[in-house]
Design a protein around this ligand. Structure first.
Ligand code: SF4
Ligand code: SF4
Length: 298
């Protein structure tokens, strides 16, 4: 497949792998983490967002949608996600540009051309391109085209991944990358399912396979309040990593950067009243990894 569904391409990223990078965000995710900072990524189709601050209430968009997906309820525009097929016809009817879309089809050639614009920066900083999301492994046929096209230009390519994919897909696609930034969200499968919607067995099986097959991996823990941030959690992660022969981990403290996007999607943000975490809050947590021989950093 020559086209992928992408929702953002961010140039000059410095937090998505080594050096200066271009980060390509893939649409669609098999997990639905309650703290997700990119909720617009979760659906695997084009999503229409409505901005209450820009909307004048003229209601021109309602007849503009031939699928009957738009209505006005309790003072706000509501988009029925089951009826909406992402055709985007409604956008032209909104004089205030209060309706926008998330997600568009991009070709391999288009993405490679965009990434090549910054090749000099990648070379100077030992950077490259990172595929993020969402979960890029949900679009394996597109990756099979995109990866060789990027590698043909000698570009370092990393994958930010939930690790959730069938063994067949993972074992076929993961080795095409130079680096896997591999999220490990919880050591306990039941707690993992409670907060992400899926259990962790397949994720850990893929992680184990990647370790055994010598893939370059940086495991990362998104540290989330009242989910995986206790010192007992740190000890359980240590036990898991030692079993997998993993001796480094990056901690990603919880932040609330995604809050505004929940408003645009007309969704409630479960973490609206939860305070962000900072490095200083996690010193003891970090120390448990270090004392057990695991290089632990932010
Ligand atoms: S994208 Fe198409 S189906 Fe969806 S709300 Fe707009 S006009 Fe209706
Ligand atoms: S057309 Fe635009 S401004 Fe008018 S009600 Fe719809 S979203 Fe609001």
């Amino acid at each position: 497949m020559d086209q992928g569904l992408i929702f953002n391409i961010q140039k000059f990223s410095i937090h998505d792998g080594p050096g200066i990078r271009t980060t390509v965000f893939f649409k669609g995710c098999p997990l639905h983490c309650r703290w997700c900072a990119n909720p617009e990524s979760q659906s695997g189709k084009i999503v229409i967002l409505w901005d209450a601050k820009k909307c004048s209430g003229c209601k021109k968009c309602i007849p503009g949608c031939k699928k009957g997906a738009i209505s006005f309820q309790e003072g706000r525009i509501v988009i029925d996600r089951n009826k909406c097929d992402g055709c985007q016809e409604c956008l032209a009817f909104c004089p205030q540009h209060a309706l926008t879309r998330e997600g568009e089809s991009r070709s391999v050639a288009d993405i490679v051309a965009l990434c090549l614009q910054d090749k000099d920066f990648y070379e100077e900083s030992n950077g490259g391109v990172t595929l993020s999301g969402g979960e890029a492994l949900l679009q394996p046929a597109f990756l099979e085209k995109l990866l060789p096209a990027l590698k043909a230009h000698d570009i370092h390519v990393a994958l930010e991944t939930t690790g959730f994919a069938s063994a067949a897909t993972f074992q076929k696609i993961a080795p095409l990358f130079d680096l896997l930034l591999f999220d490990v969200k919880h050591h306990d499968s039941i707690k993992h399912r409670e907060m992400t919607g899926v259990t962790n067995e397949q994720i850990l099986a893929n992680l184990l396979w990647a370790c055994k097959n010598g893939l370059e991996i940086l495991p990362r823990i998104p540290v989330i309040p009242d989910f995986n941030n206790s010192l007992d959690d740190a000890r359980s992660f240590v036990a898991l990593f030692r079993k997998l022969n993993i001796f480094q981990v990056q901690l990603l403290p919880f932040h609330q950067f995604g809050q505004g996007k929940y408003d645009l999607l007309n969704r409630k943000y479960a973490y609206g009243n939860i305070k962000a975490l900072y490095k200083e809050d996690l010193k003891d947590y970090q120390e448990i990894f270090i004392q057990n021989g695991i290089d632990c950093f932010f």
